[in-house]
Design a protein around this ligand. Structure first.
Ligand code: PLP
Length: 282
């Protein structure tokens, strides 16, 4: 595989980053994941805009312009012959003598690589639906910044696997925040409910697109908190993320959702999202 590191395209085994990199020592870095379908990037603009916001929130330098970033994405997709897959991008504050205070002179580290995922949009999980467990949300308070500090979500995934489930929905003060790496939704009486934006959740790029498509399709949308009890009594449930698109949830803890099968509105939203975002891919 060819990867990109600090201005260079290199074979993956020749790419290196300093052991003093603050991404390694402090998780002082941000990332984005963009899907590739048919060799094209889905919602590149949304990801680029959110990256800029994450960097600004952390007072981190922008090592590349949006146009340069697009060019790097395209180069990697081409060089690695990715038809379906993803591009991972990470920017850290860079290498500096270890100190909690931000260094003044560090050069940001930028790394991109691809993952090949043939048939990404034809996941069998989309037909079957996912099982999720509920866990307490013990992450830090700035989940709106897409940092590489992902240990708690990783623990959540492991807890889910240990219980034969696919993912975990996190709960804070009695309300669902989001999944370990996705936004969470329920549908009750044809109303689509998902948590409002704030510091408590990541502002999903897929979330934004799906809510727009839902409104165009005349589906009533409520952006508000919901409890686990409300979720378990819902007609349908699903998650969204850049690499899973719209994915049905058919069981939460031991409770089947609705019929226990992927719901009709969820299926429709998945179809609309895939169709429209592939059409707009660049
Ligand atoms: N929430 C969290 C915590 C995530 O890590 C992610 C994606 O990685 C999402 C939501 C979904 O965001 P997006 O749709 O931009 O992929």
């Amino acid at each position: 595989r060819t990867v990109y590191v600090n201005g260079q395209y290199l074979p993956e085994n020749e790419a290196t980053v300093s052991i003093f990199d603050r991404g390694f020592l402090f998780a002082d870095g941000v990332y984005e994941v963009t899907s590739v379908i048919g060799g094209k990037l889905l919602d590149f603009d949304g990801h680029a805009v959110r990256l800029e916001r994450s960097l600004n929130e952390l007072e981190m330098a922008h090592p590349v312009t949006k146009d340069e970033l697009l060019e790097i994405h395209r180069q990697l997709v081409e060089r690695n012959e990715i038809t379906d897959g993803l591009v991972y991008l990470q920017i850290t504050r860079g290498a500096a003598d270890r100190d909690f205070a931000y260094p003044k002179d560090a050069e940001p580290t930028i790394v991109l690589f691809t993952q090949n995922k043939p048939g990404l949009a034809q996941s069998p999980v989309a037909d079957k639906g996912m099982k999720v467990i509920s866990i307490e949300d013990q992450r830090w308070g700035r989940r709106d910044i897409k940092t590489v500090q992902l240990l708690y979500p990783s623990m959540g995934k492991m807890a889910a696997k240990a219980q034969g489930a696919d993912d975990a929905w996190m709960v804070e003060d009695g309300f669902v925040t989001e999944g370990t790496s996705n936004n969470a939704y329920i549908i009750k009486d044809n109303v689509l409910i998902t948590r409002h934006l704030g510091n408590e959740i990541l502002h999903g790029i897929t979330r934004k697109a799906v809510l727009e498509f839902a409104r165009v399709a005349q589906i009533t949308v409520e952006e508000r908190s919901f409890t686990m009890e409300e979720a378990k009594a819902a007609d349908e449930a699903f998650i969204t993320s850049a690499t899973t698109f719209v994915m049905p949830v058919v069981q939460i803890d031991d409770t089947p959702i609705g019929s226990g099968q992927p719901g009709p509105l969820t299926k429709r939203l998945r179809e609309i999202y895939l169709e429209e975002s592939i059409k707009a891919a660049i």
